[in-house]
Write a protein that binds this ligand. Structure first.
Ligand code: DGT
Ligand code: CA
Ligand code: CA
Ligand code: ZN
Length: 585
């Protein structure tokens, strides 16, 4: 069965082909029809099955001639008219228009002058300097095209949570200030705090949707308006991400929040549950027949379905619905629950700031303690510390702590290191020095290509060191930049339990390592975790929010995370009793 999304994509593409051909008016009609189908609540296939062609014609924005084309698509899965257009202008329109800044006119010109049909052709031509010399293009455009291609490849069209969250909040705040706006919410993957975000989804309640939309499309960060309507407006931001704004009535705010927060799998299961209970659930409310049962808040909707409201972060149909029906949802760690940061680099190695600057900044960010964990010697490019340098750093930390105490500040700097795991699983710092540190992080920074068995064995060997407290960024991945190394994380979790090694949730927006599924397994196994920023600059302590989100998505509670405790209690959760005595003294 062909979905609304597929139908609307074809309608949009027909519009683009027609525009390229210079046809008048028709492109707008197809665009309108595409938009209408995209935003339809019911599947067109269902409408057609129930009530035939006449009902398809009744869909707003669809006239007789487009309805016939939709019918052909529904009946045969193909559309001759569309295929003829594609043949007459053999260019991959969908592919090319996905590049930032490429519109139908540009695509047409590039085809006429250089026979460019695909991203591959485009990249070749731009690389050879052939685009810069076309009238109206120039060097700048050529560079922009190459950048656009590179970006598209790298991101797969998705953006890091840490990059887009501030942009979205800034827009949210401006919408909140509008006179005719009552309520504002961020929905979609951003509300679920996913690692990467496809597009931004804003919801607003207002009696003056026209004015809200007018304001939205005129914000300085908008680079393109796809469509502007009374209930939905779609734009692209200069940063490259798309954003949707929907205006809804107040009584539907909860229903729309629920619907547009998703994720899709969660929604499908919830909707089926509602139907089993004799309701109908859509973005306007929960209905019994024509009667509105709930709609203003998410809570009343979930409650009417006999369940508590799952936090957005865990809405992905991975068991949260069953657990919520039994009122057994775990209490997740809160965004204000982390008291200290156990991975912080300074200008002793590859960080930007001094120990004191990092401490002051952490304090301003509301933290009670940080552990300084500079790299160690085998990571030579960072100026990694050897035993002597570590001892010297410990002395400086003692001095700084005395200074805090003299000023009556309870803030505490803990002594630590990010100790490099060597190829054979040995650590590159002697045990007697490690034993003097408060917090020993261990990490893989080389030999990423070992076999799964060797990599796992190597890391386990390091975890078995009685001074190794925390395994930092356990899988080594960098989102959109580097795959994780091949390692048996379940085995690592098992050994963490046996040895009392803490596993890190690295909050750096590129890392977010461990991933949610592994956090959940670690929590289930009773393994303790630590959420750390891995800050290399004093401006990075806000990363904690992303790490906490990751922990929540892995169903972790406050107690599962050691650095939700004051530092003396936190230290007691680190490895051996023997070491604890040394460390607290
Ligand atoms: P993204 O933008 O790819 O990061 O992910 P989302 O989850 O933000 O997805 P998006 O923007 O396409 O749609 C926002 C929400 O709207 C989504 O989480 C659930 C809801 N939604 C979208 N399409 C459908 C659908 O076909 N069926 C149902 N039940 N819900 C949908
Ligand atoms: Ca989205
Ligand atoms: Ca969206
Ligand atoms: Zn590291």
């Amino acid at each position: 069965m062909i979905s609304n999304r597929e139908i609307s994509k074809i309608l949009y593409e027909i519009g683009e082909y027609l525009e390229i051909k210079g046809v008048m008016f028709k492109p707008r009609a197809y665009e309108k029809a595409g938009y209408s189908v995209e935003n339809l609540e019911e599947e067109v296939a269902e409408i057609y099955k129930k009530n035939g062609l006449k009902a398809v014609e009744d869909i707003p924005g669809i006239g007789v001639s487009i309805a016939l084309k939709v019918e052909e698509l529904l009946k045969t899965g193909r559309l001759k008219y569309y295929e003829k257009l594609k043949k007459s202008f053999p260019v991959k329109i969908g592919e090319l228009s996905a590049i930032e800044g490429m519109g139908p006119k540009m695509i047409f010109k590039l085809y006429k002058k250089l026979k460019i049909r695909s991203i591959k052709d485009l990249e070749k031509a731009a690389g050879a300097g052939k685009i810069a010399v076309i009238a109206g293009f120039g060097k700048k455009t050529e560079e922009k095209i190459l950048k656009g291609i590179e970006f598209l490849r790298k991101s797969g069209g998705r953006f890091l949570l840490g990059v887009v969250l501030p942009q979205a909040r800034s827009i949210e705040n401006r919408l909140k200030e509008l006179k005719h706006v009552n309520r504002v919410a961020i929905a979609g993957s951003l509300r679920r705090m996913q690692e990467t975000i496809g597009d931004l989804d804003f919801l607003v309640t207002s009696k003056k949707p026209k004015e809200v939309m007018k304001f939205f499309v005129s914000m300085p960060e908008i680079s393109h308006i796809y469509s502007q309507g009374q209930t939905k407006t779609m734009v692209r931001l200069k940063s490259g991400i798309d954003a949707d704004l929907r205006v809804i009535p107040d009584i539907s705010f909860g229903a729309a929040s629920q619907y547009f927060t998703g994720d899709k799998r969660h929604n499908i299961t919830i909707r089926a549950l509602a139907e089993r209970k004799g309701f109908k659930l859509n973005e306007y409310g929960l209905w019994r027949g024509e009667k509105l049962i709930a709609g203003e808040t998410e809570e009343e909707i979930y409650k009417s379905l006999g369940m508590v409201t799952p936090s957005p972060e865990i809405r992905n149909d991975s068991g949260e619905i069953q657990v919520a029906l039994q009122n057994k949802l775990p209490k997740l760690i809160g965004y204000g629950d982390v008291r200290g940061d156990l991975q912080v680099q300074t200008n002793w190695t590859d960080g930007e700031n001094s120990i004191e600057e990092m401490a002051e900044s952490a304090k301003s960010a509301g933290l009670e303690y940080i552990a300084i964990t500079d790299h160690t010697k085998s990571l030579a490019m960072t100026g990694g510390a050897d035993e002597k340098k570590l001892l010297k750093q410990m002395a400086e930390i003692d001095q700084l702590n005395s200074k805090f105490q003299a000023l009556n500040s309870k803030f505490r700097i803990l002594k630590g290191a990010e100790v490099n795991i060597l190829k054979d699983g040995m650590l590159d710092i002697k045990d007697e020095v490690l034993a003097k540190l408060d917090v020993v992080g261990i990490a893989v920074h080389s030999h990423f290509n070992l076999s799964r068995a060797e990599q796992t064995k190597r890391i386990i060997k390091a975890m078995k060191n009685k001074n190794a407290d925390i395994l930092f960024h356990p899988t080594g991945r960098l989102i959109q930049k580097r795959e994780p190394y091949d390692v048996d994380v379940e085995e690592i979790i098992k050994v963490a339990k046996e040895t009392g090694t803490i596993l890190e949730i690295d909050a750096d927006p590129y890392r977010l390592d461990l991933k949610d599924e592994y956090i959940r397994k670690a929590v289930a196994a009773g393994v303790k975790l630590s959420i750390n920023t891995d800050a290399h600059s004093k401006n990075s302590f806000h990363y904690l929010e992303f790490g906490i989100a990751q922990a929540r998505r892995g169903w972790a509670g406050k107690n599962d995370i050691i650095n939700t405790r004051p530092w003396p209690e936190m230290l007691k959760l680190l490895k051996t009793k023997q070491n604890i005595k040394n460390k607290i003294a």
